[in-house]
Design a protein around this ligand. Structure first.
Ligand SMILES: [Zn+2]
Length: 209
């Protein structure tokens, strides 16, 4: 069975948000349209405590974009974003959240960031998404959402690593692009790892594989 994984389509990652992804809102109609092609739709939600150590504001004399060592892992410092229970952490009002059978929250441990919807960046904590999908007999996951070069990429790489056939729907993602080539580099990195890069128009209706 196929499942759609909707990554982090939250207000803070959309234009006007704290960590806005350029054109992020343009994927929402594409993602909503894809939902009807899947028997199972799940979502990830970045869900940080206010003292999260990925926030530049929680480090003295550090700026957004600097890289620090966080308990042995390199950590890019971000603006405060997706703080638990804030408006910025909510899913977009335009997103069809009623289709979600389960939401997996990540980034809840202040000591470690979590780009992937499966594991934190140190791969210590598991959100339970892999077990959930396997319990539902999912064999092939399609990953969409924000952002191509971070949470979509690491969710897709982890999906491959735990044994799912994995596709990323390129027109249903947008990148942060700290460097202008990051979108293309992310697609190449995923492709090299075995992720299939597809477009929404090529996804067949329910359910032939
Ligand atoms: Zn975050």
């Amino acid at each position: 069975m196929r499942a759609l994984i909707v990554v982090d389509i939250q207000n803070d990652f959309l234009p006007g948000g704290a960590l806005a992804v350029n054109e992020g809102h343009l994927i929402i109609p594409v993602v909503n349209g894809l939902m009807s092609k899947f028997e199972l739709v799940v979502a990830t939600q970045d869900w940080h405590p206010a003292n999260h150590q990925s926030f530049a504001s929680n480090h003295s004399e550090k700026e957004v974009g600097e890289v620090v060592d966080l308990y042995g892992l390199p950590q890019i410092l971000w603006p405060d974003h997706c703080v638990q229970h804030s408006r910025g952490a909510e899913f977009s009002d335009d997103l069809n959240t009623s289709a979600f059978s389960q939401v997996f929250q990540k980034g809840t441990d202040p000591r470690v960031d979590s780009y992937s919807g499966f594991f934190d960046n140190g791969r210590k904590n598991d959100t339970g998404m892999a077990d959930y999908l396997k319990t539902k007999k999912v064999s092939h996951v399609y990953v969409v959402g924000l952002a191509t070069d971070y949470c979509v990429k690491y969710t897709a790489l982890d999906a491959v690593s735990v044994g799912f056939k994995t596709s990323v729907v390129s027109d249903a993602t947008r990148a942060v692009n700290l460097q202008p080539e990051d979108y293309n580099t992310a697609l190449q990195d995923m492709s090299k790892a075995g992720v299939l890069i597809v477009e929404s128009k090529d996804i067949s209706p329910l359910s032939i594989d």
